[in-house]
Ligand binder design. Structure first.
Ligand SMILES: Cc1cc2nc3c(=O)[nH]c(=O)nc-3n(C[C@H](O)[C@H](O)[C@H](O)COP(=O)(O)OP(=O)(O)OC[C@H]3O[C@@H](n4cnc5c(N)ncnc54)[C@H](O)[C@@H]3O)c2cc1C
Length: 471
């Protein structure tokens, strides 16, 4: 293993800030430059990992003490057809660039994440889902084709017919088979820059599930927020936002509402507080007592306001989290981790109740809890199933780090007993045996075989690969 140029050495953090390391970071801007870095890694006996926007909560886009490819300079829009809605992108294009590029032609990305800072390469790498998972599936269901650089130097094209095995494994394959160099994806036609957002509350988890049940047919998106501190009859109480696209003709002036300036979120809160400062005001509340107060207040404000429907710009509905820049800083320097299990429909209610109760018993209630509905898909390492996911954010401190990990492993028992699955983009605690238990030995072996074919020398690695899948 040779020494690498010190000027490339950088500190790299998990998005949640609960772990960090150093890597030799390279930022290629063209395919030949990318090929050069891969060859350089081989010659110097180093492994190489890809990073998009670095929005994975844990160690998926980290490759400590080795080479990390920051893909954000490969961010060109290669082809756009405003009649068909097909777009071909370099992998470093962010969702932010993408929606702003297609909106005025009457299109919207079919699947978006809660932040627009993700790149299309990172979204394909994790096969991300949106608040419409039960309807539109993950982003992979909308990817038509991609080109991928293998560590042999070859660039292959993959779609549902050509190299289809690699197509279904690389999407959601957390960057372990090769580096995406271009991705073609189908956009969704829209007839307005606005979307009808309905707000409601539920007194408990049963009510949250009933809301989903009653609204999945008529809604385009649904998301639930839960107060993880509420107990007893109020366990799992929270707010719900469902949203429905406007039909053609519903918006009298779509050219106006689809203009970018109609989408932007306000720069201040209540017209005074710059949004860049909001996290500082959140910081003193980031403890059990403070968050309990905030959760109670949020629920009661919702109860007082009652149900309502508001016509909202797409960006404001989808990217609410971006409204508070750097909100994760409120968690302090030791950050947060997220735990997001996916549980089949029939088992989800009982499993989530048991999980919320267990967190309370351990005196480690999660500070932000989000409920979504999903559907199964055909990708090899999929997290998708006909059921629900519950995303749970845990604050990490020097004192509780080991206990949160222990708690996560206790939660794993509930997830596995309920035939649940995991989402690698959010993971920090999964153990190899748990991955085999939910994916099946056969699937893990098939993935390893494909990796050996695409990357015969095992050059592509990440901290996550070494933690969970390295043989
Ligand atoms: C605030 C917030 C909200 C979120 N909301 C959602 C949500 O609603 N739904 C959801 O599904 N996820 C959500 N996520 C998770 C996020 O969407 C995923 O982690 C996504 O993969 C991040 O994209 P990225 O560009 O930052 O990729 P990174 O995190 O940098 O990388 C993700 C994976 O892709 C691989 N990769 C990156 N680029 C390439 C490439 N060119 N070729 C091959 N592999 C590559 C990396 O090696 C890594 O394994 C959220 C994250 C945050 C921080």
């Amino acid at each position: 293993m040779n020494k690498l140029p010190i000027e490339h050495l950088e500190k790299v953090e998990a998005w949640g800030g609960a772990s960090d390391g150093v890597s030799y970071v390279y930022r290629p801007s063209t395919v030949p430059e990318l090929q050069k870095v891969v060859e350089f890694a081989r010659q110097n006996g180093r492994t190489i990992g890809a990073r998009g926007g670095g929005n994975s909560y844990g160690d998926a886009a980290m490759n400590d003490e080795n080479i990390l490819l920051d893909m954000r300079r490969m961010s060109r829009i290669l082809d756009w057809n405003p009649s068909s809605g097909l777009i071909t992108l370099e992998p470093g294009v962010t969702l932010s660039t993408l929606w702003q590029y297609v909106l005025e032609d009457g299109w919207w990305p079919p699947v978006v994440t809660g932040t627009m800072m993700t790149t299309i390469g990172g979204c394909a790498g994790m096969n991300v889902h949106g608040k419409n998972g039960w309807q539109q599936g993950p982003i992979g269901d909308h990817i038509r084709t991609f080109d991928m650089l293998l560590t042999t130097g070859e660039i292959i094209t993959c779609d549902r017919e050509q190299n289809s095995g690699i197509f279904y494994a690389a999407i959601g394959g957390f960057g372990m088979l090769g580096i995406f160099t271009s991705i073609t994806i189908q956009m969704k036609r829209i007839y307005s820059g606005m979307i009808d957002v309905h707000f409601d509350i539920s007194p408990n988890l049963e009510g949250m599930f009933s809301f989903f049940h009653e609204n999945v047919e008529k809604s385009s998106y649904i998301v639930g927020w839960m107060d993880a501190f509420a107990k007893g009859k109020s366990l799992g109480r929270g707010d719900l936002h469902s949203a429905t696209y406007l039909e053609e003709g519903d918006d009298p002036n779509p050219q106006q509402t689809m203009r970018l300036e109609k989408q932007h979120l306000p720069a201040t809160l209540f017209g005074v507080l710059p949004k860049s400062m909001i996290w500082m005001f959140m910081r003193p509340f980031m403890n059990n007592l403070g968050t309990k107060m905030i959760n109670t207040a949020k629920y009661n404000v919702g109860r007082f306001a009652g149900s309502s429907t508001t016509r909202t710009p797409h960006a404001a509905y989808h990217f609410l989290l971006d409204y508070v820049p750097d909100w994760k800083k409120a968690y302090g320097s030791t950050g947060l981790i997220q735990y997001q299990p996916f549980i089949p429909r029939d088992n989800a209610l009982d499993a989530f109740k048991e999980m919320l109760t267990l967190c309370q018993k351990w005196d480690m209630p999660n500070y932000l809890t989000v409920l979504k509905r999903h559907r199964p898909d055909d990708f090899m390492l999929t997290h998708g199933l006909d059921g629900f996911s519950m995303a749970m954010d845990f604050r990490i401190t020097k004192r509780n780090r080991a206990d949160v990990t222990k708690l996560a492993h206790e939660l794993d028992r509930i997830v596995l007993a309920a035939n649940g699955r995991y989402y690698l983009a959010k993971d920090s605690t999964l153990r190899p045996e748990t991955a085999v238990a939910y994916l099946g030995q056969e699937t893990v072996d098939s993935f390893r075989r494909l990796k050996a074919k695409c990357d015969p020398d095992g050059l592509i690695q990440s901290n996550m690969w070494r933690r969970i899948f390295d043989d």
